[in-house]
Design a protein around this ligand. Structure first.
Ligand SMILES: [Zn+2]
Length: 190
C-alpha cells in the first residue's frame, strides 16, 4: 500500500510526471505530462499501486474489471489480479469502443471500470455506455491519477491522486506565446 506522498514520490522518481510544454493526445497543450507506464513497467511497483487501488473494493461485489485500451490495460490487469476477478479491456473499432477477442460482459455482472489517468473522461464515458448496453452494472469508476478537470461522465470517480494541470487549446496556449518548445510525447489516439 502506498500513501499519497509515497505514490507521488515514486511517480516522480520514475519520470512518470514531467513538467514542461506538451502536446497531449487530445490535441490540447499542457504544462504537465503524465505517463503512468514509466511506473507500471515495474511489476512490483504496479502491484503495490494495484493493491492500493483495490483496497476500497475488497468488500464490494465486483465480478469483472474493465479498462479502455491501451492506457488502462496494465493497471486494469494488475487490479483484477489483486481482486482475483476477471479482466477485460475495451478497444476502439471503427471509432466505437467495443469488446473484441471473445470478451463479454453478462447481464447483472458487477463491473469495476478503471483507467490510469483520467482527464475529461471521454474514453471512460464510452466504457460506461458499453457496460450499460450490455446489461451489466457499474459498481465503481477508479483511476490512478485524476487530472482534475470537469468530467464528461456523471458518476463519482475515485482516484489515488489528483494532479491539477493546466491544459489549453493550442491557439490560446500561454506556453506557445512564451516560445517554449513543444514536445509531443503522447501516443496517437486509436
Ligand atoms: Zn502550447
Amino acid at each position: 500500500m502506498f500513501n499519497e506522498e509515497e505514490l507521488l514520490g515514486v511517480l516522480n522518481s520514475h519520470g512518470a510526471i514531467r513538467k514542461g510544454h506538451f502536446k497531449l493526445s487530445s490535441g490540447y497543450h499542457s504544462d504537465t505530462y503524465i505517463q503512468c507506464m514509466k511506473i507500471l513497467e515495474h511489476p512490483s511497483a504496479a502491484n503495490q499501486i494495484a493493491i492500493t487501488i483495490s483496497e476500497p473494493y475488497y468488500d464490494v461485489p465486483v465480478d469483472v474489471v474493465i479498462a479502455p485500451a491501451i492506457g488502462g490495460m496494465v493497471l486494469g490487469f494488475v487490479v483484477a489480479q489483486a481482486l482475483n476477478k476477471r479482466f477485460v479491456f475495451a478497444e476502439r473499432a471503427k471509432g466505437k469502443m467495443t469488446l473484441r477477442r471473445g470478451f463479454q460482459l453478462y447481464k447483472e455482472e458487477q463491473v469495476l471500470i478503471i483507467d490510469d489517468v483520467i482527464t475529461k473522461g471521454g474514453s471512460i464515458k464510452e466504457v460506461v455506455d458499453l457496460v450499460n448496453d450490455s446489461g451489466a452494472k457499474i459498481v465503481g469508476i477508479t483511476c490512478l491519477i485524476d487530472r482534475g478537470e470537469e468530467k464528461v461522465f456523471t458518476r463519482p470517480l475515485r482516484s489515488l491522486l489528483k494532479i491539477s494541470a493546466s491544459s489549453y487549446e493550442p491557439e490560446l496556449c500561454p506556453l506557445c506565446k512564451k516560445g517554449i518548445p513543444l514536445t509531443s510525447p503522447g501516443s496517437r489516439r486509436l
